[in-house]
Design a protein around this ligand. Structure first.
Ligand code: CU
Length: 196
């Protein structure tokens, strides 16, 4: 599924520039139709404040909604552009490769060091249920988007000063997946809690 999303995204991205090039080359037909509708507009103005004859009313009032048949390359370009955005979105939310890491046990605490640099590495942390977890965030990236880390399920919201390691602790009691995100929820990672 993830791989498919990446492949579709890549394929669409590689086709898209072609579509744009073609649509630019064939730009004259829609311009022509636009000029026609402009003429209609001028016609209406010539009547001044007086009510124009009914027959001449029809085309100016319709002009803004006139059907302009777009050349195929433009249609294709618009569709591909849309698909590209959908593909990019799928990739952002599903396709990015996760980096997993099991917590390291020591003196009854399970710790993981997460590097904060253009996101979180690892972005999937595996811990056992019922044991204290110590997550240390080492922040390298000064992007203000990463100023804060939130782990809503454990009531955690902490600032991460650049160049420092900030530690948070909590004890998960239920098996499941819990997200940690930046303040704006753009970057995210998962804490996977397993049965010991
Ligand atoms: Cu953010």
């Amino acid at each position: 599924m993830k791989l498919a999303a990446i492949l579709v995204g890549t394929a669409i991205l590689s086709i898209f520039p072609m579509g744009v090039g073609e649509s630019q080359m064939q730009h004259s037909p829609p311009n022509k139709s636009f000029r026609q509708s402009e003429k209609c507009g001028l016609g209406a103005r010539r009547f001044g404040g007086k009510l124009p004859p009914k027959s001449s009313l029809v085309s100016p009032s319709r002009a803004p909604f006139q059907d302009i048949e777009q050349p195929l390359p433009i249609k294709v370009g618009v569709v591909l552009g849309g698909l590209t955005l959908v593909g990019a979105e799928l990739w952002w939310f599903l396709g990015r490769k996760q980096q997993k890491q099991q917590a390291i046990q020591s003196n009854g605490v399970q710790s993981v060091l997460v590097t904060v640099d253009g996101g979180y590495r690892p972005d999937r942390v595996i811990v056992n249920s019922g044991e204290p977890v110590r997550l240390s965030f080492h922040r390298l990236d000064s992007n203000s988007c990463l100023d804060e880390v939130l782990i809503p399920d454990f009531g955690i919201s902490t600032r991460l000063p650049v160049g420092q390691t900030t530690t948070v602790e909590f004890t998960p009691t239920k098996v499941g997946e819990y997200t940690f995100t930046c303040g704006m929820r753009m970057f995210r990672g998962i804490i996977e809690v397993k049965v010991k």
